[in-house]
Design a protein around this ligand. Structure first.
Ligand code: MG
Length: 500
């Protein structure tokens, strides 16, 4: 398609339902949301020159399509519960034990053998654990997990399952309600049963039928998505949609997701993309060795395709490897596999990020205070060790001629140590108070998605390793020029931070 004809078609599309020039929505959005708003910023782990990106691809669910998650989770949960009661004979009284929705967040790990939900740091250590609604104390946690590194991985379908999809919340909530009244030896079986019915409602289309019957109830359209797509097209980028969803679902959902009035038969939204690829079967899509499926044209439109693999799509789009930016919300199937096998540049959409940044803004200066207190605490800790060591050395001196002097030195040393211990306790209390205030404000059970204590979470580490950039919503790309240099911050080792 020529640029000229593209301008002509996209001029018809506006989320306000009017015919407007392509730049009007863009200017409107930019004026409303200056880049200075940190909640709408794009953050960079690995520098990316946007001018070198020839093609930008988007996932659909939870990336371009923003769901009303409360409604979606409620429906999915209701359907799985119905199956558990009707097919497995569970007593419906367990519904009362289902925790509140905030109990489950992305990035947590389910221990399907012990029936626990865990928060895990970057090294795989368990920092918070819940059995049902009961939070395990340190003793209970150590008994189960010790100090061993349990590094779970999403591909390890053994004991640990990472919650990496926004669709996973209902099954973990149900598991948390049933695990406490299930014998430990049966927990794995319980998990498999819940998984089976969760898969079933996705696989047999029953959930999708409920959603597509009233799609607007399940979506919270982001009005900036169309201006963003137009902005990228005008900047010369090829655009493609790459989704695992079927074509019938995508066509039913796209207009409502974009805030457009059309029904499933109105396909004018396709003009926003160069190619639309459905049923992509990510992450297998990125592995050409295992996946030799051809790209098939569907619905009589050469831009609408099904299946295929990354090689075929790259040939079609005319961009390969680091010339492609892929924007998705699923850390494993959208990012880790695409980055490992294709070298596509990546952008992770994390809806929780915007909420966390808003909370930090509501508690101004807390992060800096916390960092300062951490530095003071570490220094004072060293001081306590220093005086303790010196006290020990002085205590071992057995020189009658210097007895009076040694006693005086021990007294001085003890006084300094008492002072340092008091200061250390003060800093520890301050740190705990600041940390728990921030963590409680973000999530009373789990705190931040990205951090646990001074460490990154397992999710935070994956984000750092596999997302070149990340942001709260895909449409934030509107706020950056198409030749922007996304520059990463300076990477510091601990000794460098100490000397700053
Ligand atoms: Mg998705």
């Amino acid at each position: 398609m020529t640029k000229k004809s593209h301008k002509k078609t996209t001029a018809k599309l506006s989320f306000r339902g009017e015919e407007t020039p392509w730049w009007l929505d863009l200017i409107h959005t930019s004026l409303q949301n200056p880049v200075l708003d940190r909640r709408r910023a794009i953050f960079t782990n690995r520098s990316l020159r946007f001018e070198r990106i020839d093609a930008v691809g988007f996932d659909f669910d939870h990336t371009l399509a923003v769901y009303n998650c409360a409604k979606l989770d409620e429906t999915a949960m209701e359907m799985v519960i119905e199956k558990l009661i009707a097919e497995e004979g569970y007593d419906k009284s367990f519904i009362e034990n289902i925790p509140e929705p905030e109990f489950v967040t992305k990035g947590l790990v389910v221990d399907i053998e012990q029936g626990n939900v865990l928060k895990v740091d970057r090294f795989g250590h368990v920092s918070i654990a819940y059995h049902g609604r009961h939070r395990l104390d340190q003793k209970e946690r150590r008994k189960l997990y010790g100090d061993a590194n349990h590094i779970p991985h999403v591909t390890d379908r053994g004991r640990y399952i990472q919650i990496d999809s926004a669709f996973a919340k209902p099954e973990v909530l149900i598991f948390s309600a049933l695990a406490p009244c299930t014998d430990c030896s049966e927990c794995r079986c319980l998990w498999k049963t819940i998984r089976h019915y969760t898969d079933l409602i996705h696989r047999d289309d029953s959930l999708k039928k409920r959603i597509t019957a009233s799609p607007r109830e399940y979506l919270s359209p982001d009005p900036d998505v169309i201006p963003m797509l137009r902005h990228l097209r005008e900047g010369g980028k090829k655009l493609f949609l790459l989704t695992n969803s079927e074509w019938h679902y995508t066509r039913a959902m796209m207009n409502p997701a974009l805030g457009l009035p059309g029904g499933p038969d109105d396909l004018s939204w396709v003009d926003l993309f160069d190619y639309v690829v459905v049923e992509a079967k990510k992450p297998g899509f990125f592995n050409t060795k295992k996946n030799g499926r051809p790209l098939e044209q569907i619905d009589g439109d050469p831009r609408i395709l099904r299946g295929g693999n990354i090689d075929e799509l790259e040939r079609l789009v005319g961009a390969t490897g680091p010339d492609v930016l892929y924007v998705g919300d699923h850390i494993y199937s959208d990012l880790i596999t695409s980055k490992r096998s294709s070298h596509w540049r990546t952008m992770l959409v994390i809806s929780e990020l915007e909420e966390e940044l808003a909370i930090h803004e509501d508690l101004p200066g807390f992060a800096r205070q916390l960092r300062d207190v951490d530095v003071y605490r570490a220094r004072t800790d060293l001081e306590v060790h220093h005086w303790t060591n010196l006290e020990g050395v002085l205590g071992r001196i057995d020189e009658p001629d210097f007895e009076a002097l040694v006693e005086k030195l021990i007294e001085q040393c003890s006084e300094r140590k008492r002072h340092a211990v008091r200061a250390l306790k003060k800093y520890i209390d301050q740190r705990e108070s600041l940390r728990s205030r921030i963590a409680r404000a973000i999530n009373p059970h789990w705190g931040s998605l990205f951090r646990t204590g001074t460490e990154l979470t397992y999710y935070g580490k994956q984000l750092e390793d596999f997302a070149c950039t990340y942001t709260g919503r895909a449409s934030n790309l509107t706020l950056y020029p198409t030749n922007h240099y996304f520059r990463s911050g300076f990477d510091h080792l601990p000794h460098e931070i100490e000397s700053m």
